[in-house]
Design a protein around this ligand. Structure first.
Ligand SMILES: *Cc1c(COP(=O)(O)O)cnc(C)c1O
Length: 369
């Protein structure tokens, strides 16, 4: 059983293990659609020991009870479907495109009312509370890496009795634990850093509210948005090394951001760890690190596309959070028009920093030819 005083790194390695004598070191994948009568689970849609092991570990890291879902989108959907009809939802203008798409489609169908705000503007966020049923937050935001003043906003939301949810995918519980600041729930795409190896899709909701947890478990059972057994197993395997991955990836990200920022060929580099970043002080005050995503901008969309095609090591792809460094021009997606056309989102992996820099350097040169 987890010692309350253990630090995050130790919890990541130990939580979710079966510590009975003779038990395997890690909870193995249990492939079973049904269970003999007389036990606790019954049918495979209601529970699975491998999901439970992953949930116990993630819950211990975030400081609540975790419920795993088939993807981050399924986790978000589960939270939103618990809302009353025509609920007023406040959400970030700059956020994961999938979340915004989901909210917009629900708004178009008359299921909810949507108000978009700049989450980095604390006064605007606080002013949006009146009449709201749900406050959805993301910080750092995707892809602009804006930082919301989460401790202040979440305390105010709790004071106002407003339900608040934080998508903690970019930061992970290693860098911030929104439940400790008063968030009603945290949502994850475990597809990204928690899994960490670009080999699975998985999501989770974490909450300290027993009633909300029960409601989410029932929803998952009823709607069938259950995680795969192998995915849960692999995600827990990924979680075991999250601390060293994040530390090393963030170190490399900081160095690449520093070099990009100082490079006259780059118009703008954003990374909360850069002293020059507009949200550096805020990030430093409330986070235990700055993460491994860097955004930078070149002249225009054409230059960005040429840069991406000239890369030899860094992989052009959507998604992020793996051990491989990946890059994407976000404005290529419809719905991301607010993002500057020449902005590239770099998810920094575990390759050597000098190999990554050499690749970026030659591709930046090539994009200008
Ligand atoms: C990828 C992502 C999601 C969606 O998760 P899936 O696992 O792809 O369904 C949600 N939020 C953020 C911030 C993401 O990056």
């Amino acid at each position: 059983m987890a010692d309350r005083n253990w630090r995050t790194e130790t919890i990541a390695v130990t939580a979710g293990r079966d510590e009975s004598p003779g038990a395997p070191m890690n909870v193995p994948p249990t492939f079973s659609s049904t269970y003999r009568d007389g036990g606790t689970i019954g049918y495979g849609r209601y529970g699975n020991p491998t999901w439970s092991a992953f949930e116990e570990a993630l819950g211990a890291l975030e400081g609540g009870e975790a419920i795993a879902f088939s993807s981050g989108q399924a986790a978000t959907t589960a939270v939103l479907s618990g809302l009353p009809a025509k609920a007023a939802v406040v959400a970030p203008i700059d956020s994961y495109l999938g979340t915004r798409g989901l909210l917009s489609r629900l708004e178009a169908r008359g299921r909810l009312r949507l108000r978009l705000i700049d989450v980095t503007d604390t006064n605007a966020v606080l002013a949006s509370f009146a009449g709201a049923d749900l406050l959805w937050l993301e910080s750092p935001t995707n892809p602009m890496l804006g930082i919301a003043e989460l401790p202040v906003i979440l305390a105010a939301a709790r004071e106002a009795g407003l339900t608040s949810v934080v998508d903690n995918t970019f930061a992970t519980p290693l860098l911030q634990r929104p439940l400790t600041w008063g968030a009603s729930a945290v949502v994850h795409s475990a597809t990204k850093y928690l899994g960490g190896h670009s080999d699975l899709l998985l999501g989770a909701v974490i909450t300290t509210d027993v009633g909300r947890r029960q409601q989410l478990v029932e929803q998952r059972s009823n709607e069938g948005s259950i995680p795969g057994v192998m995915e849960a197993y692999l995600a827990l395997r990924g979680l075991r090394t999250l601390a060293v991955r994040m530390a090393q990836q963030a170190r490399t990200a900081a160095e690449l951001a520093r070099r990009l920022h100082g490079d006259p060929r780059i118009s703008m580099a954003r990374y909360p760890g850069l002293r020059s970043d507009p949200h550096h002080r805020r990030a430093r005050a409330q986070m235990d690190g700055f993460g491994a995503v860097v955004a930078f901008e070149v002249a225009d969309g054409g230059a960005a596309d040429r840069l991406v095609s000239a890369l030899r090591l860094i992989v052009p792809t959507t998604s992020l959070g793996g051990v491989e460094t990946t890059i994407e021009r976000r404005a290529r997606w419809s719905g991301e028009e607010r993002v500057p056309a020449g902005l590239l989102r770099l998810s920094v992996g575990l390759e050597h920093v000098e190999d990554l820099w050499e690749d970026l350097d030659q591709a930046i040169a090539g994009s200008r030819a």
